[in-house]
Design a protein. Structure first.
Lengths: 251, 161, 402
């Protein structure tokens, strides 16, 4: 390059650097942030696989005429009776079961079993039905298109579809028409921390039955792990090998 | 050809002129009337940023909340409602997406429909709004307090008031 | 006049010359029915699904029966195309284009019903951009849209003279694609481990057999109606070929249905569902035996084999119509019957009390919006066919004596 054109090139390079530097300074001065920490002030941190939430139900302690768990769930999540039993949502229900051979009857609550190999998660086309890292199976209603395929796939009939317009939802439990939902182990309570447990288990304890024990299946010191160690427990439809998070004793 | 370009150029110039300087005085009459927030000292983001990007924040936050269980973060929807909800003279909260209220005042103006409140509550939980005065600690449960408010009061997230 | 590539020039094809009161009346009626279907979808969207007969027990109803029927038939409608282009059966060559139109129209009609019945149809864009690839539904999104594209390309290779040499390879890919598509449709039910009526690998082959059967019947009926309305006459060779094809397909469906129910009866676990569907389930055994087996399979076979009716075109058309009605009955039993039977959550036990209809057979009373949506989808498919034939050259001009 000739000396003259090199000088020109140097000059234009200097001008470029000056302009860029000025822009950066102005930008920084005006408060442009290059790095943001959106969760720096969050109340809770992200969940992980370290915990696996589960529920243990002792059918012997479940009182036949009692509906406390169902009532508590309805109150907690704002599930109202629209007078249409076939289409009204139910996250938890009480069933009475009689053995065909012995005639022995038990009563127990039935809800989403939070399977590790959940069929509802497998079949959801958009991935709205998913299993969180800490074992809770729930529906991301922002992605749910309301196809109801997961409802066909669930072996426990745990899912409900919302068939009408809703209002006065609870702020901690958003629910709306056209999406599918099921028991989410009161995930808003669990995420809060502070040892809160699902409303059903809480109400069962409050009624004095104590048939429902909630806790971390991965923690050998938790009440649920200890209870499972003392007495045998089983999954419903164990033949499907779904490895459910909800287990039953004495059924 | 040249004449055509000249005419087009003049027309465009006229258009730009009309839309920029001389029309500036009328723009304020066309802007939406947004009720000011009732509590908290400032929003979690500058107004200009919020105007453009609030949907981006909400979309990101909802994934954090649903998939990672992060609640009470800066951009939580519940936090927005906590500050921006208005109350009627009896102290009851008015739905934040009702006519003339915070969300609808801009969204109605812009003609963008909101479907958040088909599922999400448009008021804080029952009986939680006690007063409308700025800076007063509201009776919201901790995890629903607007983070800006709790920061201003020196309450750190996660502690029980 | 087939060339070495088994194709014909465009001048041998024509659009329908339909005009006049009858044609426009037909168009108006189809538009009205399709419009009512759209209104029904809007009503369901605004009010929620409680205005339908579907519930938390029967989550897929009449709209889905019709939609799956249309989708399955759409794939089979390409029989004439595959047989002529891929397998070199020259008797079908003049009729390959029309089968492509029928396939596109039926698939679009079925997809319209399915998407309009969604709980949140405005989120279709979410379904087209977020995929969970362990889901058969997600694969089906690609299979169905790809099918539409491929059939369009195939029609292009037939209609554009310079593309004719590509028609065989396109047709071959299309044949593989439609078999995969129908496998995907069958797998929707085949992978559901929860329900005893499903949970079987026989579903895909059964659905393929059904698609060949219903597709042939629908295609034959379309050919007959179009040729009759325009005063043309189909030549005997193709009518005999279609008759033999339909007989073969009906026997095929009977075989797979027999296999499905036979194996399930053999398995103690599923004797309950079989007894329900075949004997004690009320409307379901009726639809199965009277609708699917007798009216949908045995009577058509008889009409096509019994000498007094075997040569008659009108009896052949009747047989085709019966096959289609039997197909609807079959899908009703599969889709609704499979859901009506209670889930066996506690094997060896009986659920005697539940607030969520556990342990009881679910009732299903379809209501008006569901029928309107279903018929609307069919009307939409017919509209596409009628308008398509009117605008583009789908009908063979030669090979008719008039």
């Amino acid at each position: 390059m000739s000396g003259e054109s090199k000088a020109l090139a140097d000059q234009s390079r200097r001008r470029f650097m000056a302009k860029t530097g000025a822009a950066l300074a102005v930008g920084l001065g005006a408060g442009v942030r290059f790095i943001d920490f959106p969760n720096a002030h969050a109340a809770t941190g992200p969940v992980s696989q370290a915990q696996r939430w589960g529920l243990l139900i002792d059918a012997d302690k479940c009182a036949s005429g009692c509906n406390a768990c169902v009532q508590a769930c309805d109150d907690e999540h704002g599930i109202r009776d629209h007078g249409r039993a076939r289409t009204d949502a139910q996250w938890i229900r009480k069933v009475r079961v009689r053995d065909n051979t012995s005639g022995r009857e038990v009563s127990l609550p039935l809800m989403c079993q939070h399977c590790e190999e959940a069929p509802c998660v497998e079949v959801c086309p958009t991935g709205a039905s998913f299993r969180r890292a800490d074992g809770i199976v729930l529906v991301d209603k922002h992605s749910c298109i309301g196809c109801r395929y997961c409802m066909l796939a669930c072996p426990y009939k745990a899912r409900s579809f919302i068939h009408e317009n809703l209002k006065d939802q609870k702020p901690w439990s958003p629910r709306g028409k056209g999406t599918v939902e099921s028991c989410n182990l009161c995930v808003h309570r669990i995420d809060e921390g502070g040892g809160r447990i699902p409303a059903c288990a809480e109400s069962c304890a409050r009624e004095g039955h104590g048939a429902m024990v909630f806790g971390d299946l991965n923690d050998p010191a938790s009440p649920i792990a200890k209870a499972m160690g003392e007495q045998p427990s089983q999954e419903l439809r164990a033949d499907l090998e779904l490895n459910t998070g909800v287990r039953y004793q004495n059924i | 050809m040249n004449r055509t370009f000249t005419i087009i150029g003049l027309f465009l110039g006229l258009l730009v002129e009309l839309c920029s300087s001389s029309a500036a005085q009328e723009i304020s009459a066309l802007q939406p009337v947004i009720p000011p927030a009732a509590r908290g000292e400032r929003c979690v983001e500058p107004t200009e940023v919020m105007r453009r990007d609030h949907m981006k924040f909400l979309l990101h936050q909802r994934d954090d909340t649903v998939h990672s269980g992060i609640r009470g973060a800066k951009h939580s929807l519940v936090g927005c409602i906590g500050c921006h909800v208005q109350t009627d003279p009896q102290g009851a909260a008015i739905a934040v997406n009702a006519d003339g209220q915070f969300c609808e005042s801009c969204h109605g103006f812009a003609g963008v429909s909101i479907d958040c409140f088909e599922c999400h509550a448009s008021v804080p939980a029952d009986g939680q709004i006690k007063s409308q005065t700025n800076g007063q600690a509201s009776a919201l449960p901790q995890w629903m307090s607007p983070p800006a408010l709790s920061m201003a009061k020196g309450i750190s997230p996660g502690s029980v008031p | 006049m087939a060339t070495a590539t088994n194709s014909m020039s465009n001048s041998e094809f024509t659009a329908t010359e339909a005009r006049g009161a009858a044609f426009y009346t037909l168009l108006v009626m189809l538009v009205i029915v399709a419009g009512l279907g759209l209104w029904a979808a809007h009503h369901m969207d605004v009010e929620g699904h409680h205005v339908t007969g579907m519930s938390n027990q029967i989550v897929w109803g009449i709209p889905h029966v019709f939609a799956i029927f249309l989708i399955v038939t759409a794939s089979g409608a390409l029989n004439a195309a595959s047989l002529s282009t891929v397998m070199g059966r020259k008797v079908y060559t003049p009729y390959a284009r029309l089968s492509g139109l029928l396939a596109i129209a039926l698939l679009l009609g079925g997809l319209a019903i399915i998407t309009l019945d969604l709980g949140r149809p405005e989120r279709l864009m979410v379904a087209l951009t977020h995929f969970n690839f362990t889901s058969v539904f997600a694969w089906n999104v690609f299979l169905y849209t790809g099918f539409l594209v491929l059939v369009s390309v195939y029609l292009w290779t037939l209609m554009e003279r310079r593309m004719n040499p590509l028609s065989k390879s396109t047709g071959t890919v299309l044949l593989a694609w439609r078999l995969t598509l129908t496998t995907g449709t069958g797998l929707i039910f085949g992978v559901l481990v929860a329900r005893q009526a499903y949970d079987t690998a026989i579903m895909p082959p059964l659905f393929i057999a059904m698609s060949l059967c219903f597709g042939s019947a629908a295609y034959t009926l379309l050919l007959f109606s179009v040729f009759d309305c325009s005063g043309r006459r189909l030549d005997d060779a193709v009518v005999s070929a279609l008759r033999r094809l339909l007989m073969l397909c009906v026997v095929g469906v009977l075989f797979f249905v027999g296999l499905l129910h036979g194996v399930k009866l053999y398995t103690p676990e599923s004797r309950g569902i079989e007894a329900f569907l075949l004997v004690s389930g009320g409307v379901y055994p009726w639809f199965f035996w009277a609708g699917q087996i007798v009216a949908g399979s045995l009577v058509p076979l008889g009409l096509m084999l019994w000498r007094p009716t075997a040569r008659s075109r009108s009896w052949f058309a009747t047989a085709c119509a019966l096959v289609l009605l039997g197909g609807l009955a079959q899908l009703y039993v599969i889709v609704i019957g499979g859901q009506a039977y209670p889930l066996d959550i506690f094997p060896g036990r009986q659920i005697i009390e539940s607030s969520f209809f556990d342990g009881t057979v679910a009732e299903y009373q379809p209501r008006l919006p569901e029928f309107l949506l279903a018929f609307g989808g069919v009307a939409m498919a017919l509209l596409i066919i009628v308008l398509g034939m009117r605008v583009l050259r789908f009908l063979p001009r030669t090979r008719m004596a008039d």
